[in-house]
Structure formats: structure tokens, C-alpha cells
Design a protein around this ligand. Structure first.
Ligand SMILES: NC(=O)c1ccc[n+]([C@@H]2O[C@H](COP(=O)([O-])OP(=O)(O)OC[C@H]3O[C@@H](n4cnc5c(N)ncnc54)[C@H](O)[C@@H]3O)[C@@H](O)[C@H]2O)c1
Length: 327
């Protein structure tokens, strides 16, 4: 039976606030728990929807988790301290939220007989690809090179190795996100580079040759919905990379795509040589395409155009404000 009531943790965030909109549009009841680390602005558009419920709470608190999962069919667990710099800066908090908070939530979900638990993991788990000319996929040995990725890998293993058959765990390893959202982030590669060049600033690129995969917020949200709706036998105890094999890029290529839209700022880019980056990965996304029929609808060049339009429109104020960054 299709789940009806969905809990999103971290719904006031960059990806969560897009996912809430898509779920409500598809007729789901959506509850979110969020401690509003970046404010509640991203939820403003949903607050009057009778199918939406907001719980101002913290996943580090077991009682909050218990309340959050009450009469819920499926959980999409996004709440976290997100990114290498944020986790490095506050490692105690990162462990408390990403490890202990996640465990609290899973315990509460099991006790409440929630049937599906979708975990937001990351392609950063791959670290550096073993074959510089190849691709990593879900069968590649994970190689976390930061606390952020270590905590993601740790919780993935806990979920996927658990034999409890009453709950269906699914791990989604998102590519680096870009694109619009009710919560704008200007600290992610595509968004940040586009913002700096649209403003006509100098842009220093470190390690232009390193590879990463990218995926639009709206497509990541669609992947979460696929993970909720797919047959248990297709997704149970599995990890899926979320993105598209055609959307792996070197940083240099991202910059070239931006310059194609803003040729007047070509001279503003400064490449700074960096021979070593512990993270360098090109990812294969065939599993999600073949098993969940997931197809992206946007490409990086679309996200670049969205951000150029957003910045040029002047709708976004205080572009250097910390509210657009996770550090
Ligand atoms: N953005 C990306 O490029 C990307 C890539 C791979 C994986 N992910 C994963 O996707 C998820 C969402 O990322 P995002 O970019 O939307 O991040 P975000 O920082 O915008 O959102 C995270 C949300 O979690 C909330 N939160 C943090 N600690 C909490 C706590 N203790 N209790 C309740 N709520 C709490 C924050 O207030 C915020 O609203 C994360 O798990 C992240 O690791 C993101």
C-alpha cells in the first residue's frame, strides 16, 4: 500500500523544503521536524496548508523524535550538520546530530512501526576514485575522508546491516546539489561560482581538474519520492546513487559553462593549481535509473541560468549573509 503520511526531518533546509512542496503537490500529508538552524523562512509557503504540520524540535531529543514519527508511514531523514567544513568546525555537534540524533530517530521509527526509512547520504562517501579513468558505483568500497562522510557511512552501515524486516531502510547517496529552493544555499559549487561571476567578482578556483557529480534540488526530491513509493523488494536494504552519469563535471567545466552565459567576466577567473584533493570522484548512476526509473529533468546549465536570473533580479538581498551558508 502506498504510504500516506510522510515525515521529513530537516524540512526547513535546502533539499527538504523542495521535497515538502513536491509531496504536498502529490497529495501526501507531510510533517517536518526541524530545529530551524537557518530560520523558518523556507516553510512560510506551506504553513497554511492543512496537509502540512511543523514540529519545532530536535532529533537529538528522543521525545521529539517519538512525537515526530507518531502515525507516520515513511520517514525521509535529511536533518544533519551538512558538509565537510560544518562538521569539521563543530565536530561534537556533528556527532551528536548525525550519529546520535539519527539513531534516536531510527529507534523511534521502529517503535512506532514506521514502514519505510529513507536516509539522505552522500556521494562524498566515495572519497577518491580508485581508477582515475573509471567510475565509482554502489559496489565500490567506500572511502570517507572527512568526519561528515565518516558519519554518513557509519549510519548507512547501521541501517543496511540491520535485519529487522518490519522497517524498509533505503540509503540515497546524493550528488552535490544545485538549483533553486525556498532555502537558498550559496556555498555549493554551482550556486557559489555562478553568484560570484554574476556579481562580476574575481573567482579563484582550486583544483579545477577534480571531478564531482551534480544534481538539481527538484530531481533529488523526486528521487526521495521514488524511494518512498517503490516496491519494498526493489529498495529494501539498498543504497542508490542519486544523479545522472552525464552530470559528472570537473570544476573547470562548471566555470566554462558559467562563462558561456557571462562571457564579459572570462578574465575574472583565476585557476590556482592544486595537485591533491582527497575527494575526486566520478559516479555511475545506472542503478537508480534502471531499478527506480529515475530520470533527471534538469542539468547543471539550467541551474546556472536559474542563479544568474535570481542574482540579477535583485530579489535576494545580503548575498554574502551567513544565512545562505552552512558554515
Ligand atoms: N546539499 C547537498 O549538496 C547534499 C549532498 C549530499 C547529501 N546531502 C544531504 O542531504 C540532507 C539535506 O541537506 P541540505 O543541503 O538540505 O542541508 P540544510 O543544512 O539546508 O538542511 C538541513 C536541515 O536540518 C535541520 N537540522 C539540523 N540539525 C537538526 C537537529 N538536530 N534537529 C532537527 N533539525 C535539524 C536544519 O535546521 C536544516 O533545516 C543532509 O542530510 C545532507 O547531508 C546534501
Amino acid at each position: 500500500m502506498k504510504p500516506q503520511k510522510i515525515l521529513i526531518t530537516g524540512g526547513a533546509g535546502y533539499i527538504g523544503s523542495v521535497l515538502i512542496g513536491q509531496l504536498l503537490a502529490q497529495g501526501y500529508f507531510v510533517r517536518t521536524i526541524d530545529n530551524l538552524s537557518f530560520g523558518d523562512q523556507a516553510l512560510a509557503g506551506y504553513s497554511h496548508n492543512s496537509e502540512f504540520e511543523f514540529l519545532h524540535g530536535d532529533i537529538r531529543n528522543s521525545d521529539d523524535c517519538k512525537q515526530a514519527v507518531e502515525s507516520i508511514d515513511a520517514v525521509v531523514h535529511l536533518a544533519a550538520i551538512v558538509g565537510d567544513p560544518a562538521c569539521k568546525k563543530n565536530s561534537e555537534l556533528a556527532v551528536a546530530v548525525n550519529k546520535i540524533g539519527s539513531q534516536n530517530l531510527l529507534d523511534a521509527a521502529r517503535n512506532a512501526k514506521v514502514s519505510r526509512f529513507v536516509f539522505a547520504s552522500t556521494c562524498s562517501n566515495y572519497g577518491k576514485m580508485p581508477d582515475p579513468d573509471g567510475y565509482v558505483d554502489e559496489s565500490t568500497t567506500l572511502n570517507p575522508v572527512s568526519l561528515y562522510a565518516e558519519l554518513k557511512v557509519g549510519f548507512e552501515q547501521q541501517l543496511l546491516n540491520h535485519s529487522d524486516s518490519s522497517i524498509t531502510p533505503v540509503c540515497l547517496r546524493f550528488a552535490t546539489a544545485y538549483g533553486l529552493s525556498p532555502r537558498i544555499r550559496l556555498d555549493l559549487t554551482v550556486n557559489e561560482f555562478t553568484k560570484e561571476l554574476t556579481l562580476g567578482r574575481k573567482l579563484e578556483i582550486y583544483g579545477e581538474q577534480f571531478w564531482r557529480p551534480y544534481c538539481h534540488t527538484s530531481d533529488i526530491a523526486q528521487a526521495c519520492i521514488k524511494a518512498i513509493e517503490s516496491e519494498k523488494s526493489v529498495v529494501s536494504h539498498k543504497a542508490f546513487n542519486v544523479g545522472d552519469t552525464q552530470e559528472n563535471y570537473q570544476k573547470k567545466t562548471i566555470v566554462e559553462m558559467i562563462i558561456r552565459e557571462l562571457p564579459e567576466f572570462k578574465e575574472n577567473v583565476i585557476y590556482v593549481s592544486k595537485e591533491e584533493d582527497p575527494r575526486d570522484y566520478r559516479v555511475n548512476f545506472e542503478r537508480i535509473k534502471n531499478q527506480l526509473q529515475f530520470k533527471i529533468t534538469k542539468r547543471v546549465r539550467d541551474g546556472i541560468k536559474e542563479y544568474i536570473e535570481l542574482i540579477q533580479s535583485g530579489r535576494l538581498k545580503d548575498l554574502d549573509s551567513s544565512k545562505y551558508k552552512n558554515i
